[in-house]
Design a protein around this ligand. Structure first.
Ligand code: PMP
Ligand code: GLN
Length: 379
């Protein structure tokens, strides 16, 4: 058949994880922990399964989970979303992003995103007949150039997609970024899709700024999060989105025919976890900061130049001092010859990105990070 996505192949995450396995390399490419999530969460899942919570969940999500999300949002961001009308539980953040884009983007609409950008946004926009307008952020700071952003706005702009803490650059948006965004779009009917899956993995003194904490922007915004990141359970694929009722109603129209509902016992277990152990997500920055710092320390004897990491569980390394290869070739070589798999940054960009940067995932046990660093220090 004629492809609706002709230039798209298999995701870089699937490719690199397969290559890592083939060469028995230490896999710091695809972002997932090599350690398990909380015992309590696992026990609650087993409990709910044994209690027969094994049929369809409500389309919008289990009430106890939506209520726990509402309370958490209020405690962290000073905004109390309505659990009935403004919170929708989805099959990972990926489904929330897809449903939001599908609900909002009409043929010919323009969508602004910031490159390097997570790989799931653009295909969803294309399938809806939308047109991507990309602003490339420059290393090492990856800050938004607001005058350049203004140049991208047009009467057809429908949606702006942002991601903070940002995968893959590991930078975070400041309050001033949200204020600048509001200034630019206040007078237009433009919506904001804020991918905040790493909301609890932020290392800055100010902490994570959510779009939900911005009183004006949140009236036009969909905030997306994922329990996969927060509870070290990427395989559970449970996420959610928070949006004003009229926007949530449109997103739910897509969600009800994309998946209808998300698996019931996992939702019940996550609701228990949110209530019983709020310290888990409060302690997460310190947990990951310790891993980040020991990995950076272990790499200090290498020829990589490590960029600052403000959030996420990814670290950027510049290999200019090591090789002239482009980043895709370098990652291939690194996996096959050095035994460490990483992600090249240029794959997150539609335009040229002529930097020698790779992304390393540090959501790994200390022993994994030390073993990887030993190999990386030898080149
Ligand atoms: N957005 C970003 C920025 C991500 O890094 C990821 C996952 N790695 C997702 C969305 C998707 O999250 P989930 O696995 O919950 O679908
Ligand atoms: N989001 C994860 C990453 O950035 C990968 C998710 C996936 O494999 N689709 O590595």
């Amino acid at each position: 058949p004629e492809s609706k996505l002709p230039s798209l192949g298999t995701t870089i995450f699937t490719q690199m994880s397969a290559l890592a396995q083939q060469h028995n390399a230490i896999n710091l490419s695809q972002g997932f922990p090599d350690f398990d999530g909380p015992r309590y969460l696992q026990q609650r899942l087993a409990h709910h399964v044994s209690q027969g919570a094994n049929q369809y969940a409500p389309m919008t999500g289990v009430a106890a989970l939506r209520e726990a999300i509402a309370d958490k949002t209020a405690a962290l961001y000073g905004h109390y979303p309505d659990a009935n009308d403004e919170i929708t539980v989805t099959a990972g953040a990926t489904e929330a992003l897809y449903a939001a884009i599908t609900a909002l983007v009409r043929p010919g609409d323009e969508v602004i995103c910031f490159d390097p950008s997570y790989d799931s946004y653009a295909p969803a926009v294309t399938l809806s007949g939308g047109i991507m307008k990309r602003l490339t952020l420059q290393p090492p700071a990856f800050r938004v150039d607001w005058p350049a952003f203004r140049q991208l706005l047009s009467p057809r702009t429908r949606l702006v997609i942002l991601n903070t803490p940002h995968n893959p650059s590991a930078t975070v948006w400041q309050q001033s970024d949200f204020d600048a965004l509001w200034q630019e779009i206040a007078d237009e009917e433009i919506y904001v899709l804020s991918d905040e899956v790493y909301e609890h993995i932020c290392f800055t003194a100010e902490g994570h700024h959510s779009v939900l904490a911005h009183p004006q922007l949140r009236e036009r915004a969909i905030a997306v999060s994922s329990f996969g990141k927060t509870y070290h359970m990427t395989g559970w694929k449970v996420g959610y989105c928070v949006a004003p009722a009229p926007l949530s109603a449109e997103i739910r129209k897509v969600h009800q025919y994309l998946t209808f509902a998300v698996n019931t016992p996992a939702q019940l277990a996550l609701a228990d976890m949110l209530r019983a152990e709020p310290e888990h997500y409060r302690d997460l920055p310190a947990f990951y900061q310790a891993r980040r710092d020991s990995f950076v320390q272990a790499l200090s004897g290498s020829r990589f130049h490590i960029l600052p990491c403000e959030g996420t569980y990814f670290l950027l390394a510049d290999y200019s001092a090591i090789s002239d290869l482009d980043d895709v070739s370098f990652c291939r070589w690194l996996t096959e010859e050095v035994g460490v798999a990483a992600i090249p940054l240029s794959v997150f960009c539609a335009g040229a990105f002529p930097h020698r940067l790779i992304r390393l995932c540090f959501a790994k046990q200390e022993s994994t990070l030390i073993a990887a660093a030993e190999r990386l220090c030898q080149i």
